[in-house]
Design a binder for this molecule. Structure first.
Ligand code: GLN
Length: 549
């Protein structure tokens, strides 16, 4: 029978509950247990699919096409296993289920209330993945901070489960902050005490406290926290700020977080964790041999989380190539014909990001043109691929009015068009082309070299597509469709074989990049950028030598 670990957060948001949950899961997985992680989010949206990236960061898409919280990306990147729709539940989804049941007459005349009806539905979702018999352990991260009004029903559900399930099937980890006051040169435990007190008032008692801190806690502080918060000293875990999130599993291993959980859950069969692969990866990440600079052209660049999976994919691909990938955010709204060379000249590669709507489109097209003409490695994802198609249509095929019907519904040349099945859809939420679809790559193409096979599968999130009416014209002039969906004929990959590295994909390869299997497209793109950088430095060195002679 599956065992359940709940992770709550206190004091402040952004303490990294997702990373702690993923790190613990990684350790338990390395000890031979099957683990999954789910996230319960206390907002009313059914899913984050309709949220602006400025509000909530990237929307992560799973294999089965669920639009989910970006923490699920961390779970997959750490565990190298897939999550699904069931791994992300919001208050909105809980209420929707309960209200649908009420309309159906399922409550037989009863008054429908937060307790027990909403909490029952929350508990059902909390236990669901454990019932599949696929997992020894289900870790549930509760979004928000203890004390928030909106997370109360979730905390109440945890309280009920702490009573209902046998002691060795449930435990609670509370993540808090132990701030360091520079002026006093002291770590302060009071916020942690208050936060645990607040959690205890709801009837939930934490078994483990994970304390985020800038300075080592030391035994005295641990003892003090244990005493005031009523947990064992060994269950006070120090979570020091790390230079990379990928170091956290090793920090948690050192603090024995996994052992404490195994003990509390009375799990006796486990092995010594083998984290050799992880350590090799971490080593390459921390000690790169050289550096490449990639321009990320997007419109949400002010917010780190908006392109989370892309940035993490760069980290994975950088480690594979033993280079540090420095990402320079370039706001597409501020790129013009006049400043493009100055803005992009020093880069080793260009990634044009996914996105929606008209803002910043012109800058993206100008950036693509620059990469195409100068031979700079280019990688376009989703909207980025569509921009590459538009640029080629306008500047190579001479279709000066070419556009996507997303931005210009009456364009003379709709080279990017709305997908047929999308045309009848009126509702916005969960209605895009979502999740994994097969794709067949053309033998001998760059994509074929990169993937090393013909049949691939990648995840999607879009409404528009390449317009096949123009395919012949594109191919005759040097832009090839090298990946096509075998069932629908939709173009998924475009390339310019004449260019050193020019590839655009309609799907999102960043959603499948993990520490153990980095996305091949990112790995090759970084390799191309490295080559570009070396060639450029040789040219520059040559010019310098010539000028000295
Ligand atoms: N807006 C484009 C579409 O819907 C691209 C979407 C994306 O980049 N994810 O097709």
């Amino acid at each position: 029978m599956a065992k359940y670990i709940f992770v709550t957060g206190g004091v402040t948001s952004s303490l990294g509950k997702g990373i702690i949950a993923a790190s613990l899961a990684k350790l338990l997985q390395a000890r031979g247990l099957t683990v999954t992680i789910q996230k319960l989010d206390p907002y009313i949206n059914i899913d984050p699919g309709t949220l602006n990236p400025y509000e909530h960061g990237e929307c992560y898409v799973t294999e089965d096409g669920a639009e989910t919280d970006l923490d699920l990306g961390h779970y997959e990147r750490f565990l190298n296993t897939y999550t699904s729709q069931a791994n992300n539940v919001t208050t909105g989804r809980i209420y929707q289920t309960v209200i649908n049941k009420e309309r159906n007459g399922d409550f037989l005349g009863k008054t429908v209330q937060v307790v027990p009806h909403i909490t029952d539905e929350i508990k059902r979702r909390m236990l669901l993945l454990g019932k599949t018999k696929e997992f020894d352990i289900v870790i549930t991260e509760i979004g928000g901070t203890v004390g928030d009004i909106e997370s109360l029903p979730f905390i109440e559900a945890v309280r009920q489960l702490q009573w209902e399930l046998p002691e060795d099937r449930v435990m609670v980890i509370h993540l808090t902050l132990v701030p360091y006051l520079k002026a006093a040169k002291e770590l302060k435990t009071k916020p942690t005490q208050h936060s645990v007190k607040m959690l205890s008032e709801t009837g939930v008692h934490p078994d483990v406290l994970v304390c985020r801190t800038e300075e080592p806690l030391g035994n005295d502080i641990k003892r003090k926290i244990a005493l005031f918060c009523n947990v064992k000293q060994e269950a006070v875990i120090e979570a020091m700020d790390a230079s990379t999130i990928y170091e956290v599993p090793l920090l948690m291993l050192r603090e024995k977080l996994d052992i404490i959980c195994l003990k509390k859950l009375k799990i006796t069969e486990y092995k010594e964790p083998n984290l050799d692969k992880w350590k090799v990866y971490l080593d390459k990440l921390k000690y790169p041999k050289s550096k490449v600079t990639i321009g990320l052209i997007g419109k949400y660049i002010e917010l780190q989380d908006a392109y989370k999976s892309i940035l993490e994919s760069f980290i994975h691909a950088g480690a594979m190539n033993e280079v540090k990938v420095e990402v320079v955010n370039v706001h597409s709204e501020f790129i013009t014909e006049h400043n493009v060379a100055e803005k992009l000249d020093n880069l080793d590669g260009l990634l044009v990001a996914p996105g929606f709507g008209t803002r910043g489109i012109d800058g993206k097209i100008i950036a693509v043109k620059y990469a195409r003409e100068t031979g700079m490695p280019f990688f376009g994802i989703c909207l980025g691929m569509q921009m590459a198609v538009i640029e080629f249509a306008r500047n190579v095929l001479g279709l000066t009015g070419a556009h996507s019907t997303e931005m210009e519904p009456t364009t003379s040349d709709p080279v990017i068009n709305m997908m047929e099945e999308q045309k009848k859809i009126k509702m916005m939420g969960g209605t895009m082309r979502l999740g994994a679809y097969p794709c067949q790559v053309v033998k001998g193409s760059l994509a074929h070299t990169i993937y090393g096979k013909i049949d691939i599968s990648e995840r999607h999130r879009h409404r528009y597509e390449f317009n096949n009416d123009y395919l012949e014209q594109f191919e005759a002039n040097g832009m090839k469709a090298t990946g096509v969906n075998p069932d629908s004929g939709l173009v998924e990959i475009i390339e310019i074989p004449e260019h050193p590295f020019f590839i655009g994909v309609q799907y999102h390869p960043e959603l499948k990049s993990t520490v153990e299997s980095p996305a091949p497209l990112f790995v090759s793109f970084i390799a191309a950028a490295k080559e570009h950088n070396e060639k450029n430095s040789n040219v520059k060195a040559g010019t310098l030598r010539d000028s000295l002679i």
